[in-house]
Write a protein that binds this ligand. Structure first.
Ligand code: FES
Ligand code: FE2
Length: 342
């Protein structure tokens, strides 16, 4: 397949269906896109009680064992793999001030520096820099933590947009709400899920409930570097939501009740996990009703995405055209895939 989608949406054709179906392109996407992306890990408040927090970056695909350590107000993402023989150091959250590998007892401090190791008295040039744990790049925006393996895909333009557009949003009042968070599993390619999110063209057809709440004529799409912003008003002309998407797989949806983060995690070419993390301003019945509505919308989206997963396997379908007015986000996404896979 040649990764080409014309820049001019009015003449462009979408990606070939083999992109979504072929294991070769799935693996290429993990290597060239996901390993080069920033990934959202959580809000600082979720890690407040433990100095040591093991996490896996993109379980089932990138699968990188990492530990988030907290030293006073300093948060660091470190490799969770022992520099001796590769045993995974931390298995559970805890509040210890040092990390000790259970295989042969190598110990590290919370910044990853190797402290001591039994049986190494007669080893030359030891310890060296290479015996410390690798520190991963990271940043936080309003206490939301991001890290990545080799995050070359720049998302500054999205963060800058967050900062200006959300200047009056009560970000500091958002609290992670585990009761209102859930995980879905979908037998479809991750990119089909994302491209559905990136256009509002399907809303009147697929989301009758949502369509009754919003003024679809106010629906806007703005393209950012490695991101897309969509927003729409409700029937009384107040802003209903900012829907931010960060390439390749993260969605930050800001509503009047709080923030819904959707993380799209590839499991295989035809399996995807979608995490819905709720950060609410209040923990009340109105918030629960709003999140329940998102669940309904999610099920409606899953149904069409599953249907497309079947349809693109047809001998008679390869790709299609874009609505120049309503599918700018999907077109941008496809062009980004081409850019990074070329
Ligand atoms: S593998 Fe960790 S101490 Fe040997
Ligand atoms: Fe949808």
């Amino acid at each position: 397949m040649n990764f080409y989608v014309d820049q001019d949406i009015s003449i462009a054709k979408s990606l070939d269906s083999s992109f979504y179906l072929n294991d070769k392109y799935y693996s290429l996407s993990i290597e060239k896109i996901f390993k080069k992306s920033w990934q959202f890990i959580g809000h600082k408040s979720e890690f407040i009680n433990n100095r040591i927090n093991p996490i896996t970056i993109l379980k089932n695909s990138v699968n990188e064992p990492v530990v988030l350590t907290k030293k006073d107000d300093d948060y660091s993402f470190l490799s969770n793999v022992c520099t001796h023989r590769g045993h995974i150091i931390n298995q559970k959250k805890c509040n210890s001030k040092t990390m000790k590998c259970l295989y042969h007892g190598r110990a590290f401090d919370l910044s990853g520096k190797m402290l001591n190791m039994p049986g190494f008295k007669n080893v030359k040039n030891f310890p060296s820099e290479e015996d410390n744990l690798i520190k991963l790049p990271s940043f936080d925006w309003a206490d939301f933590l991001f890290t990545g393996i080799n995050p070359k895909i720049d998302i500054n333009s999205v963060i800058t947009d967050f900062k200006s557009r959300l200047a009056n949003y009560p970000l500091s009042k958002l609290k992670y709400n585990p009761k209102l968070s859930r995980t879905y599993r979908l037998d479809a390619n991750w990119a089909l899920y994302c491209e559905n999110y990136l256009e509002g063209l399907h809303v009147p057809f697929v989301h009758k409930g949502l369509n009754g709440d919003i003024d679809i004529k106010s629906y806007q799409t703005e393209l950012l570097d490695n991101g897309v912003l969509q927003y729409t008003n409700d029937k009384s002309d107040d802003l209903y939501a900012y829907y931010y998407w960060i390439f390749p797989n993260m969605m930050f949806n800001f509503y009047d009740w709080g923030l819904s983060v959707n993380l799209v995690e590839p499991i295989s070419a035809n399996q995807t996990r979608i995490k819905f993390l709720s950060y609410s301003l209040k923990d009340d019945i109105k918030t629960k009703t709003k999140v329940d509505e998102l669940h309904e919308v999610e099920l409606e989206d899953e149904e069409v995405v599953l249907n497309v997963q079947k349809g693109i396997q047809s001998q008679f379908y390869n790709n299609g055209r874009y609505s120049a007015d309503y599918e700018k986000g999907t077109h941008h996404f496809h062009r980004l895939i081409c850019k990074y896979l070329k």
